[in-house]
Design a protein around this ligand. Sequence first.
Ligand code: TXA
Ligand code: MG
Length: 319
Amino acid sequence: MTDLQADVLTADQIGIKQAAKILSKGGLVAFPTETVYGLGADACNSIAVARVYAAKGRPSFNPLIVHVADLECAKTYAQFNDTALKLASAFWPGPLTLVLPCAPDSPLSELVTAGLDSVAIRIPAHPIAQALLQQFDGPLAAPSANPSGRISPTQAAHVITDMHDRIEAILDGGTCKVGLESTILKVEDNQVSLLRSGGLSSEQIETFLGYSIMTPSDPKTPQSPGQLKSHYAPNSPVRLNVKTLQGAEILLGFGPECKVATLNLSPTGNLIEAAANLFSYLRKMDALSKGTIAVSPIPMSGLGVAINDRLKRAAAPRN
Ligand code: TXA
Ligand code: MG
């Protein structure tokens, strides 16, 4: 696929410094957390985040979890109400992810949140993850470090087998203790819903809160973003695979042949660049549009599959 060959870094001071340096240049580094190995990228760098989706071969832009070193840093990216603060102080650092409203003016790449106005955030407890976050001094987007549809990795060897030709480096931190992904809770007002069960049990959470949380079997629980057909829709209607504009349409283009585009996702036809621009350009097009947003055909290869999936949802009839 590429001529990349991941460096296996020993998780000492030198290795962690090296990993942070690679990340700050937009590289991808797998690192251990207490749950599973994460595939880390600078969460503010859209190209780096697009490369994460490409490396995983994810068929859609399911939003990623943002990992931070401490609560102060988390508050730069997410808004905490009292319930969220209580949960954070009880269970962080640890295997809990909170889905919270994005902070205003958050510098996170929109590709991390897949254009949603909420963000999934957690403080991992693993000492190597902690050291890396402190050295990097910023937020790391990190899904589990496995190709899409494969089992999450709990040892560096798993990551090396599956991902060695897709990432710059792996920090070897032995076996992950929890071995299950983090539990994901969405906190909206004072309602808490379980979006994914994981390393922290619902019983522990409910005992702490003193009340029941909403579970996926409850019809009022928010669905996971990947399942919603028109979740990411802009206000304007969207027409796909457009070669000729009609009426008041404006064109979101792709590739060198696209001369009349209002914005071009990638003038050179690079799918990683197109993915990195997708959410912010859709927002800009929505602000400019007085009618329909037309979108050029995007090839169905590599990240094109996820881009087309996202566009199909944007163009789907509204709920
Ligand atoms: O243990 C873990 O959580 C691991 C380690 C590396 O931290 N990470 C992980 O990330 O499992 P990932 O990308 O495989 O899972 C992220 C999940 C997805 O199911 C996604 O839909 C959900 O988090 N998610 C992310 N942002 C969300 C949001 N704004 N609203 C709802 N769900 C969100
Ligand atoms: Mg995963």
